[in-house]
Design a protein around this ligand. Structure first.
Ligand code: ADP
Ligand code: ZN
Ligand code: ZN
Length: 756
């Protein structure tokens, strides 16, 4: 037995629910529990190579208590004030680094990331108030008399009274200064005289300006019916899929469902595909639920995320509704009553890299089961998987076919831009039809959205003399030309060089561009309509914490007339004055080499189209394409989800893909081309002995080299009647023998269960 020196936490910071859930994730998605832990804990910084350690500042450290390894670090820290973990690794054997650092922390010799810990302490804010002795009326009068010779100081006191009569909120020096017109120095002199006193209050870092709440929401007839259907589904413990057309008011139904759960004192998780794009939704929920809504944001700092984590763990009133992207499924919920999966078809619910490669939509069902909570998923264009479940008695399907306010769904027109018409009908990438509609819309004071699923100016530069096109030296892709920065950039590794005027192979000056991105659309339109105010929303214009917010607000406040953007535009935005949506080119979506390409194109186009005419008059959508007779283009123009579903499902059945067959993808990667190849062959062979014809590949992906690492894929198809548990056992066996082959130690195998 040993004495307890210090209690680190009064209560566990991780709940039993979390442990159980994380173990499920690790087993289902075939990754280490440590990898799940790292994704789940907001402050899992011990594992980062950039983490700093510093001396604690403890004076009397006797060197005898240090082991040899600890002494190495101690000595190094006396020479330089801090060390990063990767620097420590250079001093010690990699395996012992963590135990050694932990032991040094326990002995209070070093601290980890001093700054981070400092910031975990709640932020303190300074306020001023009147000294208590002036509470008595008599004292007050004599004070004011006394100050009659110092009118500025007197004004400060009077302003303070006035403000406090209006609201009871604490007041800061700078507020008092601007209210009274007195300088901060005058206020400070009053503090020095003990007339005013300073005090501190703790404050949360995560904070929002929350106005009055407005709970006057009334569902219309159809929303009410859908709401009741969801409730009756919940009564039967069913998962509900709300298939409601764009702008039917799904959010309003979620709000009513959330209200019920909150009333029972339970927590709600509202999952969104991409939190940065959802300021509008955050505002709507906050205007209804006020301070009970907390946002869990990937762009938040560790401290901010830590704060949210603590609120959720304590189950206090500030953490009743958590609005977050996929990683919020890992929060320490105490008593979850409902999970809302908004825009459930979105692929961003799936984590691509690093492990755990989980799908938050699917995992949320397991999470809900643990808490005996309900799940409602919603979309105007459900994923094939979810719709399949809903029509095969696994989920309950609820349909909502009308837009709120009985606005009609937009009129979708196909514009054929095939080569033979080009001369008379196209100006740059704009057909006459599209230009004409843009002009009419702008003349009538309404707004336009233009969608092009590619950023930059143009993805391919080609020399007309020798055919050379500049490639990334680190990846197997051509460089994208960015006009604004006048650079050629790699979208995979970030490599960039200045734009070249001459061909890099033959010095020819004749260079042409192929393909186009959002920048080019913006540039062309500026030349065509110099009067129009054009904005652009893509990865390049939305960096930084408030990048999206700025553009969305500018468009909302109508300081932008035309918004050009990538798929970001398809994510549930609700603009009131957009009447026209132009899809610049449907074809590059359709031709993407993936079995979900058609489903995804349908969803993207219909979602973007759904931004048109949401509130008043019917909107208009123009789809430019070289394939006007493509079945997906036709289904989009007819808003025919069901036909798309039937047709795609038929193909999935025929070619053995989800939702019928499950998929596990193996990606092998290494810096050595032939090793990658050989290892992939070996693994595929090993898997084939058991899974036979259900093993596909190995095959190089479309971009086979990224950052000088070579990639090769193997796909395993799992028939519906084959046990998933047994399959994984076999896989682990094969992987076990694979890993025992020494020459392949440098080849990494990435396992992706249910890949997207
Ligand atoms: P969806 O999520 O289905 O695309 P939204 O929930 O964004 O649709 O609703 C579309 C628009 O209609 C929003 O501006 C919303 O405020 C409004 N709206 C929907 N239902 C109601 C309602 N019952 N009362 C008032 N406004 C509503
Ligand atoms: Zn050339
Ligand atoms: Zn690159």
């Amino acid at each position: 037995a040993k004495p307890i020196e210090q209690i680190l936490d009064e209560l566990p910071v991780v709940t039993m629910f979390q442990l159980e859930f994380w173990q499920w994730i690790s087993k289902y998605y075939m990754c280490a529990t440590g990898e799940v832990l790292k994704a789940a804990l907001p402050g899992a910084f011990l594992l980062e190579s950039e983490t700093l350690i510093q001396l604690s500042g403890e004076k009397d450290i006797s060197e005898e208590i240090l082991t040899d390894q600890e002494y190495l670090i101690y000595e190094a820290l006396q020479r330089q004030s801090s060390l990063k973990i990767h620097e420590v690794i250079q001093l010690l054997d990699k395996k012992t680094v963590l135990p050694v650092i932990n032991s040094m922390v326990a002995k209070n010799i070093v601290v980890i990331n001093q700054e981070i810990f400092e910031q975990y302490k709640p932020k303190l804010i300074r306020y001023v108030r009147l000294n208590k002795k002036f509470d008595a009326e008599k004292e007050m009068h004599s004070l004011l008399d006394e100050l009659s010779r110092a009118p500025k100081q007197r004004d400060v006191i009077l302003s303070l009274f006035q403000i406090q009569a209006q609201n009871k909120k604490p007041i800061q020096i700078k507020e008092l200064s601007s209210a009274s017109g007195a300088s901060a120095a005058i206020i400070k002199s009053l503090i020095a005289k003990n007339v005013l006193e300073e005090y501190h209050l703790k404050t949360d870092r995560v904070k929002f300006e929350i106005g009055e709440t407005d709970q006057s929401l009334i569902l219309n007839e159809w929303q009410q019916a859908a709401f009741e259907e969801v409730n009756s589904g919940f009564a039967n413990k069913e998962i509900c899929l709300l298939h409601g057309v764009t702008s039917s008011g799904k959010t309003e139904i979620y709000i009513k469902l959330i209200e019920q759960v909150i009333a029972q004192g339970k927590q709600v998780l509202y999952l969104l595909p991409e939190i940065a794009l959802t300021s509008q939704l955050v505002e709507r929920l906050q205007s209804f639920f006020g301070e009970q809504v907390l946002v869990y944001h990937s762009k938040y700092s560790v401290n901010e995320r830590m704060e949210v984590y603590k609120h959720v763990l304590s189950g206090d009133t500030k953490a009743k509704i958590i609005l977050g992207a996929r990683s919020s499924i890992f929060l320490p919920f105490q008593d979850l009553g409902l999970i809302v999966v908004d825009e459930e078809h979105e692929t961003t619910f799936k984590q691509f890299d690093p492990a755990p490669r989980y799908n938050a939509r699917d995992a949320s069902i397991v999470l809900a089961n643990m808490h005996k909570a309900n799940v409602v998923m919603g979309s105007a264009t459900p994923s094939l998987e979810s719709y399949f479940n809903a029509t095969h008695n696994k989920y309950k399907l609820i349909s909502l076919n009308r837009r709120f306010g009985n606005v009609q769904l937009p009129d979708i027109e196909i514009v054929d831009i095939k080569e033979k018409y080009k001369k008379k009908r196209m100006t740059g990438h704009f057909s006459d039809r599209l230009l004409e509609e843009i002009k009419i819309t702008l003349e009538e004071g309404e707004q336009v959205i233009l969608f092009q699923n590619r950023r930059g100016y143009s993805p391919i530069l080609e020399c007309l003399t020798c055919g050379h096109s500049p490639q990334c030296p680190n990846c197997d892709v051509s460089l994208t030309y960015h006009n604004n920065s006048n650079q050629l950039r790699c979208h995979y590794c970030g490599y960039h060089i200045a734009m070249q005027k001459k061909c890099m192979a033959c010095d020819s000056l004749e260079i042409t561009t192929k393909g186009f991105g959002t920048e080019q659309i913006e540039t062309e339109l500026k030349a065509l309509l110099p009067e129009a105010r054009i904005g652009r929303m893509d990865l390049d214009t939305t960096r930084g914490k408030h990048g999206h917010q700025k553009i969305i607000s500018a468009f909302e406040q109508e300081s932008i007339d035309v918004l050009v953007g990538t798929q970001m535009l398809s994510k549930g935005l609700d603009f009131r004055k957009v009447r026209l949506v132009g899809i610049m080119n449907a074809d590059n979506l359709l031709n993407f080499p993936d079995f979900r390409a058609h489903e995804r194109s349908f969803q993207l186009m219909l979602q973007v189209a759904g931004r048109a005419g949401r509130t008043k008059a019917r909107g208009k959508v123009l789809v430019q394409t070289y394939n006007p007779h493509h079945q997906i283009v036709k289904q989009v123009s007819e808003n025919n989800y069901f036909e798309m579903y039937k047709e795609q499902l038929e193909e999935r059945y025929q070619y053995k893909y989800p939702p019928y067959y499950k998929l596990i993808k193996f990606t092998l990667k290494s810096r050595d081309y032939s090793k990658t190849n050989e290892a992939a062959d070996w693994l595929a062979q090993g898997l084939s002995t058991i899974f036979k014809q259900h093993v596909l590949g190995p095959e190089f992906p479309p971009v086979a080299r990224i950052r000088n690492e070579y990639y090769k894929n193997i796909l395993l198809k799992i028939p519906p009647n084959q046990s998933l548990g047994k399959t994984k056992q076999y896989i682990n066996k094969v992987l076990g023998s694979f890993r025992s082959v020494g020459v392949w130690r440098s080849v990494r195998v990435i396992i992706n269960v249910d890949p997207y």
